[in-house]
Design a protein around this ligand. Structure first.
Ligand code: NDP
Length: 280
């Protein structure tokens, strides 16, 4: 039976380190959050981010812009925050109204204030193994792997999903640890080869968003399984891996919810402190 890799206790441990770092800074770090219009998911993220930030000694500034804000107006606002020396990090809350393209706007955040690690300059640094600010979800996955004490050198690691925010940057971080990385995606599934790859995985990371995509019986005995997926099925939140069957074969497995999720906001705060240090 697998050990549960829970995100909450690990997040608490990392938060303690962040608190210590914050106490060594000359001034309280400031996170500026932009919310355009009103919607329930963004309200919930903002509330939870504010709580985490304040608890760590970080100042959380919320800037609410109206629903009709244009891309040009939002870019101008981002640029004002870029030149505000008091602001260390900027985050744009999703979802955005339909007239705004997040990908376009997020590139206007200065790389040193891009605490989500999504600016092309920060993504590019991952290739060179020099990134100080990492995208939050891949960083959370790496922390969970560290917790298992697995030596990734030469390990067969399979990543399912090749999105820009999870699969692609994560595969580079794993390569940097000398893992043998296989990245599977929709093409792998359509070619009927997903099972074959998953069965080989000593470490399996799944970030797709399809409940039950990975069958429990495919899991290699003793594998480490990190399930990033979040799916709502009949009023329950589940991952992409068939948990009950996979748990019987894996050595470690993340629960969903309660695995990767609780760590991502912690990674955001860690990036903010890193950004503040780089700026000082
Ligand atoms: P995307 O939709 O951007 O990416 C999904 C990936 O899965 C794509 O690479 C897609 O390939 C691939 N894919 C789709 N269908 C299949 C299939 N049948 N077989 C193999 N690969 C497939 O999602 P994200 O990366 O943003 O998120 C993935 C999941 O992780 C979601 O459930 C999301 O909610 C969750 N998530 C959880 C977070 C957390 O904090 N726990 C944070 C971020 C995401 P292609 O694009 O080629 O179709």
């Amino acid at each position: 039976m697998a050990k549960l890799l829970e995100g909450k206790p690990l997040a608490e441990k990392i938060k303690e380190e962040i608190r210590k770092e914050v106490s060594t800074l000359e001034k309280k770090p400031v996170l500026a959050s932009i919310q355009v219009g009103e919607n329930a998911p963004a309200e919930a993220y903002v509330k939870s981010q504010r709580k985490t930030a304040e608890n760590l000694g970080i100042e959380y500034q919320l800037h609410r812009l109206n629903q009709e804000t244009t891309e040009t107006e939002l870019i101008q606002f981002v640029q004002e925050l870029n030149s505000d020396k008091a602001v260390n990090g900027i985050i744009i809350q999703l979802p955005l109204p339909s007239q705004i393209d997040y990908k376009k706007i997020s590139q206007f955040i200065l790389p040193e204030k891009d605490v989500e690690g999504m600016h092309p300059a920060n993504m590019g640094k991952i290739t060179f193994g020099k990134a100080k600010i990492l995208p939050c979800t891949p960083a959370a996955v790496m922390e969970l792997l560290k917790e298992t004490q697995v030596d990734l050198y030469g390990k067969e690691v399979v990543v399912v999903g090749h999105s820009e925010i999870v699969g692609k940057p994560l595969s580079l971080l794993l390569l940097d640890k000398f893992a043998t990385v296989t990245v599977c995606h929709i093409g792998t599934s359509k070619a009927g080869k997903l099972e074959e790859h998953v069965r080989k995985a000593e470490v399996l990371i799944v970030a797709v968003g399809k409940a039950g995509l990975i069958k429990g019986e495919w899991i290699k005995a003793g594998a480490i399984v990190i399930d990033v997926g979040i799916n709502r099925v009949a009023d329950k939140i589940v991952g992409d891996v068939e948990f009950e069957a996979a748990e019987k074969r894996a050595s470690y497995i993340t629960p969903v919810p309660g695995g990767v999720g609780p760590l991502t906001v912690t990674m955001l705060m860690r990036n903010l402190v890193e950004a503040a240090k780089l700026q000082q």
